[in-house]
Design a protein around this ligand. Structure first.
Ligand code: ADP
Ligand code: MG
Length: 258
């Protein structure tokens, strides 16, 4: 059985159709990359898939149950969400932000995992040197990694990550995607919004391509990262090259002055 199923999901906000008939399934053990141009509806889709927002029409089932039936605490034990803003305005220390990821497990037997879960999350995101710092004083990339650590510390079956690599340097981008793969190897599922199509091509099992609120392609990286499809959706001539068996998308820059 699929961990999450979305059927024919529409989202209309203030009279504007933001998502139009999106159907998607997420399996345990997979990394699903959600890609598409700015404004395509990726964050909106992540919001309804994670149960943070209600779709206008359509059904979303988590573990065979309508997601709207889950109580907030129960939902927090099933899935963790890294939003695009990851806003923390109160000057908590980084360690406190990460420990917040454990709060859904208060007063459960899994409280025993607290320190291990936090230690593992700190290690995976390379933030041990930042733990005593105020979150508000961190750089954009440091904030993103601390926020990701909080989400990892929650230790859920399903993770939703909205552009976790956007503010990160090359090495930390790779680290995030290797962490996603490690979670999938533990039979968890990761849905990750990415702008870097080559990162999606290298690390995702499947790619879902959104454009104008519609799912225009979905499949393996080799299926979706087609120069014609990508070129059409982004309105830019691209070339897909395969390196070490991995498809990479590059803009065509033939007219670049030299
Ligand atoms: P993405 O994450 O793919 O960049 P979003 O899901 O954030 O896109 O937004 C999709 C589109 O919906 C954008 O064009 C955005 O401006 C629009 N949008 C979001 N909220 C509203 C709203 N309340 N009313 C009208 N349009 C909205
Ligand atoms: Mg977004």
């Amino acid at each position: 059985m699929s961990l999450l199923v979305a059927r024919d999901v529409d989202v209309v906000r203030d009279g504007t159709v933001i998502l139009d008939g999106v159907s998607l399934e997420i399996q345990r053990g997979e990394v699903l990359a959600l890609v598409g141009p700015n404004g395509a509806g990726k964050s909106t889709l992540l919001g309804v898939l994670s149960g943070d927002a209600r779709p206008t029409r359509g059904a979303i089932e988590l573990d065979g149950r309508p997601i709207g039936d889950y109580r907030p605490l129960e939902l927090a034990r099933h899935r963790a969400v890294l939003t695009q803003e990851n806003a923390v305005s109160f000057p908590f220390r980084a360690i406190e932000v990460i420990q917040m990821g454990r709060s859904p497990w208060n007063r459960t037997s899994r409280i025993d995992e607290d320190s291990r879960a936090v230690t593992d999350a700190v290690e995976a995101t390379d933030v041990s040197h930042l733990l005593g710092r105020r979150y508000t004083s961190l750089s954009g990339g440091e904030k993103a990694r601390v926020s990701l650590a909080r989400v990892l510390a929650q230790r859920t079956q399903l993770l939703f990550l909205d552009e976790p690599t956007a503010a990160l340097d090359l090495r930390h981008q790779e680290d995030v995607m290797l962490t996603a793969r490690a979670l999938a190897a533990e039979d968890r599922a990761v849905v990750v919004v990415l702008h870097d199509l080559s990162l999606a091509g290298a690390y995702a099992d499947r790619i879902a391509l959104l454009s104008g609120g519609r799912l225009v392609a979905s499949g393996t990286p080799h299926e979706v990262l087609d120069a014609e499809v990508i070129g059409g959706v982004y309105g830019l001539a691209v070339r897909v090259i395969v390196q070490d068996g991995v498809p990479m998308v590059l803009p065509v820059r033939d007219s670049l002055p030299r």
